[in-house]
Design a protein around this ligand. Structure first.
Ligand code: GLU
Ligand code: MG
Length: 410
């Protein structure tokens, strides 16, 4: 039986897991100094074109494996074992290479911990579309859709568990041959590691069955998009979720309110990290439940940040289950860059103690001297006050209720 090959992997600017590989018995020797890698590779597009870059043919980093990320799947029906460990890209003196995407996340996580004593708890949702083979798709969300590829879905659940990735759901999605996998939340860097490993395991299990899993945000223009929504919350030193505060309309704690405000403030630039490719923008837009608006809202699947209250009735579990979902993210981004940039954007709001923005449009109106000068001062102030109150009332309701309420009046 072939022993296979042990892969050392890292994820680059375009969200692809690149690798070099060694025979498994060489792995121990690679623990300390890893493998050399010509960093010009970081300038690769997802295709064969390479951007002009500062590195040239000489610059090199060490790709040093982090054993906590090791995933091994035994040989499967003729396929060699799958063995992958993720790496940090380090300079020869052992410091982090300043273009390492894992290092980018590390830096943001360290700021969160040192300035606020908090840890990031995150879980990505993985949507993907199968192709290849001869499967006839089932209708959205049906048992049929799951059972047309029964060995694939069963092997997938087994492989994810075996790899220690703690799968929570494996389900049919809305699109034809579109599926979704969720895993249990993980802390800090492990949330991004887990996302990368989960994706690679899904790809591998698809290959076992002669299929291909694509995570492209928009596999076809008229088809359903694949998101990589990120659920997150913050834990203190005692592992308590400090994101929840029952006394506020949004149920978000003051820290989280300012965090959301920071994310909103940076949203136009933040998406360059989290939805970073041309195809990302074919997915984003209203009426696709991807993310149509740079806004936030309770349970709102069109908003950039969906506030997700826990379904639990017990107050303790309400607090522990409360989380936020960042939706304008997809698999063309490095999960490290998604987590790193999201934290940086949020902390920028927390450091400035920004209040939750009541409405993008109203803030824009106030910032636009000409547009607000169209109203005399008293009218302007009172108009904005009424609109802000309306916004506050709407934030206290689920969107369905907002629709019902307005339908009854207008
Ligand atoms: N497929 C949608 C997206 O592109 C998400 C649908 C859902 O809410 O699960 O983000
Ligand atoms: Mg989904």
């Amino acid at each position: 039986m072939a022993k296979g090959i042990a892969m050392l992997g890292w994820i680059d600017y375009v969200g692809l897991t690149r690798c070099r590989a060694v025979p498994p018995d060489q792995m121990a020797a690679r623990r300390e100094h890893g493998l050399g890698w010509a960093v010009a590779g970081q300038a690769l597009t997802p295709f064969s074109e390479i951007a002009i870059n500062p590195w040239g043919p000489i610059a090199e980093v060490r790709q040093v494996p982090d054993p906590s990320t090791h995933v091994h799947l035994p040989a499967y029906d003729g396929a060699a074992p799958f063995d992958l460990t993720l790496c940090d890209s380090l300079n020869s003196d052992g410091s982090s290479w300043d273009c390492c995407t894992r290092g980018f996340a590390r830096k943001a996580l360290a700021a969160l911990e040192s300035e606020f004593g908090l840890r990031f708890v995150g879980a990505f949702e993985h949507e993907f579309t199968l192709s290849g083979g001869t499967i006839t798709p089932g209708a959205p969300f049906t048992v049929e859709a799951l059972r047309v590829a029964p060995r694939f879905t069963a092997d997938l659940a087994d492989a994810l568990s075996q790899a220690g990735l703690e799968p929570e759901t494996v389900e049919p999605e809305y699109g034809y041959l579109q599926y979704e996998v969720t895993t249990a939340p993980a802390i800090g860097l492990a949330a991004a590691d887990r996302a990368i490993l989960t994706r690679e395991v899904i790809r591998e299990v698809a290959r076992w069955h002669g299929l291909r899993a694509t995570f492209s945000p928009k596999p076809s223009l008229d088809g359903v998009g694949n998101g990589a929504h990120l659920h997150f919350s913050f834990a203190d030193g005692e592992s308590r979720n400090v994101s929840f505060d029952a006394s506020t309309p949004s149920q978000a704690s003051p820290f989280v309110q300012s965090f959301i405000a920071g994310v909103m403030d940076h949203m136009p630039a933040l998406v360059a990290y989290t939805a970073p490719s041309p195809v990302s923008y074919l997915r984003l837009g209203p009426h696709h439940w991807s993310c149509g608006f740079a806004s936030f809202g309770i349970q709102n699947r069109e908003a950039a940040i969906r506030i997700c209250p826990s379904p639990a009735r017990d107050p303790k579990r309400q607090a522990s289950g409360f989380n936020l979902e960042y939706r304008p993210a997809d698999a063309t981004a490095s999960p490290y860059m998604i987590i790193g940039a999201l934290i940086q954007a949020g902390l920028s709001g927390v450091r400035r103690q920004l209040p939750l923005p009541p409405s993008e449009a109203l803030s824009a109106l106030e910032a636009d001297e000409i547009a607000s000068s169209w109203m005399p001062p008293t009218m302007r102030r009172s108009y904005v006050d009424v609109k802000r109150l309306e916004q506050k009332l709407a934030e206290e309701k689920v969107p369905e209720e907002v629709c019902r309420q307005h339908a009854a009046v207008y």
